[in-house]
Design a protein around this ligand. Structure first.
Ligand SMILES: CC(C)(COP(=O)(O)OP(=O)(O)OC[C@H]1O[C@@H](n2cnc3c(N)ncnc32)[C@H](O)[C@@H]1OP(=O)(O)O)[C@@H](O)C(=O)NCCC(=O)NCCS
Length: 162
């Protein structure tokens, strides 16, 4: 079915599902619209090809409106990318992507989750705090375009250790 031929399809019926290679052009386009240092299509491709990773998208009947990418390095999950289209922010799409991510990762033993976020990115820092991340340090001048600092955030594993 050609989804573009359904003009009245509800925009609010969001679905979270695993990212596919066929999603990558749309994902990279959203990335390029959002970030000053966007990942290239090749970086997304390489990340999706890694078996250890988790790559999720959120879509409605018309388009991909968000995505999340994470990977396990040694015994720590790294939340590497999270993005929601500007026109649908503050509708808990990022929260749903994070809930889906935790539903998978909390079933597998590990030490915890870490991420880096621009020091000026109040919305993202607030979001991560609301999920239990705490600031544990700063990487000075981490971002190559304007040398902004990165805040390092951490969240302990809360899965079942029994
Ligand atoms: C950060 C981002 C992913 C949040 O996505 P979102 O779908 O709008 O977030 P949610 O609706 O799930 O927000 C959940 C909570 O996070 C906090 N939050 C999110 N956006 C916020 C904002 N602009 N100001 C203050 N708090 C905010 C709030 O506590 C919010 O809960 P509430 O709406 O019930 O008050 C989105 O703004 C985005 O894509 N920004 C650009 C890319 C980016 O910065 N990615 C993160 C890189 S580390």
């Amino acid at each position: 079915m050609n989804l573009q031929a359904v003009p009245d399809a509800p925009r609010h019926e969001w679905v979270i599902r695993p990212m596919q290679f066929t999603d990558l052009e749309a994902v990279a386009a959203l990335e390029a619209r959002t970030f000053t240092l966007p990942w290239s299509l090749a970086i997304f491709h390489g990340q999706l090809a890694r078996e250890s990773g988790i790559c999720l998208v959120c879509e409605d009947a018309r388009a991909i409106v968000g995505y999340l990418i994470a990977d396990m390095f040694v015994d720590v999950w790294h939340l590497m990318n999270l993005c929601v289209a500007e026109e649908v922010r503050r509708q808990h799409i990022a929260s749903r992507l994070l809930e889906a991510y935790f539903a998978v990762t909390e079933r597998r033993g590990h030490r915890g989750h870490t991420l880096e976020v621009r020091a000026s990115n109040g919305p993202a820092i607030e979001l991560y705090r609301s999920f239990g991340f705490v600031s544990t340090g700063v990487r000075p001048g981490y971002y190559s375009d304007d040398r902004e600092d990165a805040v390092i955030m951490w969240k302990d594993w809360e899965g079942d250790t029994a």
